[in-house]
Design a protein around this ligand. Structure first.
Ligand code: GLP
Length: 259
């Protein structure tokens, strides 16, 4: 089962995950990172950037989870722009090694298969960071997404567009479609690290970790992966039924195991 780590604050979570990422890059300078957007991973990116001088990150490769369709890459809220601003620049990564699915209309037809080929050529993703949407989506895999899905175009739900409207001046500006890694793509990554903070995420976190495996809660797919770490603050963990067990297991874990 997934390892569930409950920490007091998002900053504590960021420290823990940054340790794991820095350690991965030290062991494997050509490490392939799967990069999530949204507000949740921001403290993690800041914590990694603060320690990036401890390693040589010039060969690190990156793959974003998703991109809006039909939004120019130059738009400040395109995920290409967000990844450049929050990840590539602060961490000093080599821009040509950091990939984002192509969301421009001219490339939509082949954007998914091209992206899958790029991930394959890079040797697969070593560590995939994930947030979780209010409706249980990961990447932009909305409820009902196939567990076998690969990178493809997905229509966004009304709730996701409303949730993401805060990054735009109105909901009408939020694109209706995206190109997202599929749940099957995500399952191929070697280590999944899912993060969630705040009480608003508590019900969906509980459903994803302890509820039935169901495409209606796409994040429940993490139950099928052999190496998953879920890092939560107390508020996001507040509805878990087995929280005491997770705390015990983590407190008594041998340190050599790492995350
Ligand atoms: C977007 C992204 C997801 C992210 C989700 C949650 O829809 N495509 O990858 O997990 O938002 O965002 P936040 O972390 O801001 O709650």
């Amino acid at each position: 089962m997934a390892e569930v780590v409950i920490v007091p604050t998002p900053e504590d979570a960021a420290t823990l995950v940054a340790d794991a990422v820095i350690d991965l890059i030290r062991r494997k300078p050509r490490a392939v990172l799967g990069l999530a957007t949204g507000s949740t991973p921001s403290p993690v990116y800041r914590a990694i950037a603060a320690r990036i001088n401890e390693v040589d990150a010039s060969q690190v490769q990156g793959f974003a989870l998703d991109e809006y369709a039909g939004l120019p890459a130059s738009h400040p809220e395109s995920y290409r722009a967000v990844i450049t601003r929050e990840v590539v620049e602060p961490m000093g990564l080599t821009p040509a090694l950091v990939h984002v699915p192509r969301g421009d209309l001219a490339h939509l037809r082949t954007a998914g298969s091209d992206y899958e080929a790029q991930i394959h050529t890079a040797g697969g993703i070593d560590l995939q960071l994930l947030g979780i949407g209010g409706d249980g989506h990961i990447g932009f895999n909305e409820p009902g997404s196939s567990f076998a899905s690969l990178t493809r175009v997905k229509t966004l739900t009304r709730q996701t567009r409303e949730d993401n409207a805060r990054f735009f001046s109105s909901i009408d500006e939020v694109p209706s479609h995206s190109v997202t890694q599929g749940l099957g793509t995500i399952l191929r990554a070697r280590h999944l690290v899912m993060l969630a903070f705040g009480a608003a995420k508590a019900p969906v976190v509980q459903a994803a970790i302890e509820g039935p495996l169901t495409a209606s809660v796409p994040a429940s797919v993490v139950q099928m992966h052999p190496h998953v770490t879920i890092v939560l603050d107390e508020a996001a963990a507040s509805q878990l039924r087995n929280a005491d067990y997770y705390r015990d297991a983590y407190a008594n874990k041998p340190t050599w195991q790492g995350l």
